[in-house]
Design a protein around this ligand. Structure first.
Ligand SMILES: Nc1nc2c(c(=O)[nH]1)N[C@H]1C(S)=C(S)[C@@H](COP(=O)(O)O)O[C@H]1N2
Ligand SMILES: [Mo]
Length: 316
């Protein structure tokens, strides 16, 4: 396997939580320099084209090439299974059959559903999205699923539902990372109800024309392409409509580094590294990071009316 072990130079959300944070404050430039070298050992896995399905939503087309399926499904962040990128084998322990997702909180119609049931209610579609991890790597992936707004139409949120909170499974017997008690498990993330209504906000149940692999968040995960990747919570078991702003796992751990909004912005550095460039997964290529990860036209209206105070926090 390539990209096998997490190297000490590899920056990571995790590094704030353990001693490596103190040992290991390397500059972002030097870590990316070495990771570029690492990728260059694996040119054959670098990039791939992909035959889209007939459910492709052409509104969100992106130029080729996409990230190879192999790389996107084996270089993954899923801290429930460990802090390395190479957890895909371990994630096979997750039992995704008969998985149900509970929707509760401030809605008129509370519901519990499974993915197959939803397929009968909702037209699923394919979306090709950019994806940008806060660590500085980026990819382009064809997801399969449906807009979060379709769920809103079904459950009918109350007027005072300001936020949507998402929660991942909790089962330390299956997910060894959850035995590490310094994390505030389960993984939680949240967005505003307006963000949830934006057509880009997407639930993925598949990628590359297949069911989504466990390591990428089976059977249902969020994909928010204009935000840093940690907002795109995997393997969701519960969706709650709330009045108060939910606090995500990373925000709880390190509020100065990972905030609620976490919108991609090249001009606002992470406290420990620059965000001005990103490395396209599987290549040696560094490209300029784009504001809202290239989705400014789709999402900037969401943030125009915020207070000055909130605007200052939008990109972290
Ligand atoms: N439950 C859960 N969801 C998660 C994570 C996680 O550790 N646990 N990692 C996040 C981070 S940091 C990123 S970058 C993306 C990675 O998605 P991918 O592995 O499918 O590329 O998942 C996000 N969702
Ligand atoms: Mo990430």
């Amino acid at each position: 396997m390539y990209l096998k072990k997490k190297k000490s130079w590899e920056i990571s959300e995790l590094s704030v939580t353990d001693e490596s944070y103190f040992r290991n404050r390397r500059s972002f430039v030097s870590s990316l320099g070495k990771s570029a070298l690492m990728f260059s050992l694996y040119p054959s896995f670098s990039l791939a084209s992909y035959q889209t399905t007939n459910k492709l939503n052409k509104k969100y087309l992106l130029p080729l090439p996409y990230t190879s399926e192999k790389l996107a499904t084996t270089y993954t962040n899923f801290y429930e299974f460990g802090s390395s990128k190479n957890i895909w084998r371990r994630a096979s322990k997750l039992k995704v059959d008969n998985w149900s997702v509970k929707i509760d909180g401030l809605v008129k119609k509370k519901k519990t559903f499974d993915v197959d049931g939803l397929k009968k209610l909702i037209d699923f579609e394919e979306r090709i999205y950019r994806f940008r991890c806060v660590e500085g790597w980026a990819m382009v992936v064809p997801w399969f699923g449906f807009s979060v707004s379709k769920i809103l139409n079904i459950v009918d949120p109350d007027k005072d539902a300001n936020y949507v909170r998402f929660e991942t499974f909790y089962d330390p017997k299956i997910a060894p990372g959850q035995k590490q008690s310094w994390y505030p498990w389960p993984y939680v993330e949240g967005i505003t109800i307006e963000e949830a209504k934006n057509d880009l906000a997407f639930f993925a149940t598949g990628m590359y024309g297949k069911d989504i692999p466990n390591q990428n968040g089976a059977p249902l995960r969020l994909v928010l392409p204009w935000k840093y990747g940690f907002k795109s919570i995997k393997s969701i078991v519960k969706i709650t409509f709330t009045k108060e702003k939910p606090i995500g796992l990373w925000e709880k751990l390190a509020p100065k580094e990972y905030g609620f909004w976490a919108n991609v912005n090249p001009n606002v550095p992470h406290p420990r590294w620059s965000q001005s460039k990103e490395q396209l997964l599987g290549t040696n290529e560094f490209q300029k990071t784009q504001i809202y990860n290239g989705y400014e036209e789709n999402v900037s209206y969401l943030y125009s009316k915020l207070s000055r105070q909130e605007k200052l926090k939008l990109f972290r």
